[in-house]
Design a binder for this molecule. Structure first.
Ligand SMILES: N[C@@H](CCC(=O)N[C@@H](CS)C(=O)NCC(=O)O)C(=O)O
Length: 208
């Protein structure tokens, strides 16, 4: 299986889940700044994935699975023993999907593109920061009452995604000072050996 990824982006989330699940991935880096996006082999990535964004997972049958929230569930389901996703059809699985959807729509797509593209302007960016702060406050309260992870006691695929997106906060100038539970969460997840390994494999600096 091959993960198309770009360092420091949302593709870190399925990368973490694969390592936590004990799944060996082939990695192919995509330059998402180039037009058209190119892989490290020089190939035009948009010929492989029409939307051109990462992550994209090439399955063993050669087909491509896209959308991070689906991908992490696929990877988790390949290794049920790792308990990264509750069994399909259970109430807990829907809770996982609820969190994945929340992170994708209420956080991921508020940080990026709004805070990563200065051309949107300072006013739009302040609106995005305000909305993100509301959502982070909600997550912080949830972790305080029902943590230490999103589904409770055990680390899940949703935590890998939350860690990846909220990890953009310093770069995006989102202040995490009001969210102590979330800061503890980032430290806790960032200390996991497989999280550190995924970050190192992408050339990122893992927490000391
Ligand atoms: N809906 C996609 C969004 C993925 C996405 O936003 N990827 C960004 C990196 S975090 C990207 O590759 N951007 C480059 C582009 O859109 O061309 C998902 O959830 O997987």
């Amino acid at each position: 299986m091959k993960l198309y990824y770009a360092t420091g982006t949302c593709s870190l989330s399925p990368h973490i889940v694969a390592l936590e699940a004990g799944i060996a991935l082939e990695l192919e880096r995509v330059d998402i700044r180039a037009t058209p996006h190119r892989t490290e082999t020089g190939a035009d990535f948009t010929a492989r994935h029409a939307n051109g964004y990462v992550p994209a997972l090439e399955l063993d049958d050669g087909s491509l699975l896209t959308e991070g929230a689906a991908m992490v569930q696929y990877l988790a389901d390949l290794a049920p023993g790792a308990r990264l996703a509750p069994p399909a059809g259970t109430a807990e699985r829907y809770r996982l999907q609820s969190w994945l959807n929340f992170i994708a729509t209420e956080l991921h797509k508020m940080y990026s593109p709004w805070l990563f593209h200065p051309e949107y302007g300072a006013q739009a960016q302040e609106v995005a920061r305000g909305k993100i702060a509301e959502r982070l406050a909600y997550v912080d309260r949830h972790l305080a009452t029902s943590g230490p992870y999103l589904l409770g006691e055990a680390f899940s695929a949703a935590d890998a995604y939350l860690f990846t997106i909220v990890g953009w906060s310093a770069f995006a100038k989102v202040d995490l000072a009001p969210f102590p539970q979330l800061r503890d969460f980032l430290d806790r997840v960032g200390a996991r050996p497989q999280v550190r390994a995924a970050m190192r494999a992408e050339g990122m600096k893992a927490a000391a």
